[in-house]
Design a protein around this ligand. Structure first.
Ligand SMILES: CC(C)(COP(=O)(O)OP(=O)(O)OC[C@H]1O[C@@H](n2cnc3c(N)ncnc32)[C@H](O)[C@@H]1OP(=O)(O)O)[C@@H](O)C(=O)NCCC(=O)NCCS
Length: 151
């Protein structure tokens, strides 16, 4: 399984169209955020994606945020907020885990936390179980966050 990482501004149009179409659309924020960041040529948005036979299996988008969220010690977190989406009938095959691993490593290289939102029971067990599997430390208050120092 090959995870490709690219800045959003460098993503070719044909891939951008696939990203735009594969997400929760109006039920989530991923599509709107993607469009706004692409239109504004944001340099701090980073995408990881997995293609198989030219079909998009899943992707994640990291967006740099400053002091929006607090950790368990009440410190404000600077880091990359990450959205994830895996194609419905391809779930539970490890794509999410591969994307999360890539997103965490990207944040850690920048010495920042990888911030995620566990907004339902599936995403919550996905983030907690993956953290446990990879030995990543979760620090959180408002949202979950993977400590970059613990890789
Ligand atoms: C959350 C999501 C990205 C997980 O992707 P995935 O490719 O299915 O995840 P993986 O196959 O890598 O699963 C990794 C671990 O997460 C946990 N997990 C994944 N799906 C789960 C489910 N439906 N119920 C319980 N645990 C689950 C498991 O512990 C799993 O490990 P295991 O298979 O060894 O038990 C995917 O379900 C998705 O796109 N959901 C809709 C969008 C969303 O909620 N995004 C996250 C918030 S931004």
């Amino acid at each position: 399984m090959r995870v490709v990482g690219q800045r959003l501004i460098d993503i070719p149009n044909k891939i951008y169209k696939k990203l735009y179409s594969l997400n929760m659309r109006r039920s989530g924020e991923m599509q709107n955020t993607l469009r706004e960041l692409r239109l504004s040529a944001n340099k701090n948005a980073f995408i990881h994606y997995i293609l198989e036979d030219n079909k998009l299996m899943g992707w994640t988008m990291a967006v740099k945020v400053k002091s929006w969220y607090r950790d368990i010690s009440d410190n404000y977190l600077e880091g990359y907020f990450n959205h994830f989406y895996v194609r419905k009938h391809k779930r539970k095959n490890g794509y999410g885990e591969a994307l999360l691993n890539a997103a965490h490593q990207y944040s850690a290289r920048k010495e920042k936390n990888c911030i995620v939102s566990n907004w339902d029971s599936v995403s919550s067990s996905f983030f907690h179980n993956t953290a446990e599997k990879f030995g990543l430390k979760l620090v959180y208050r408002d949202v979950l966050s993977f400590d970059w120092k613990n890789i």
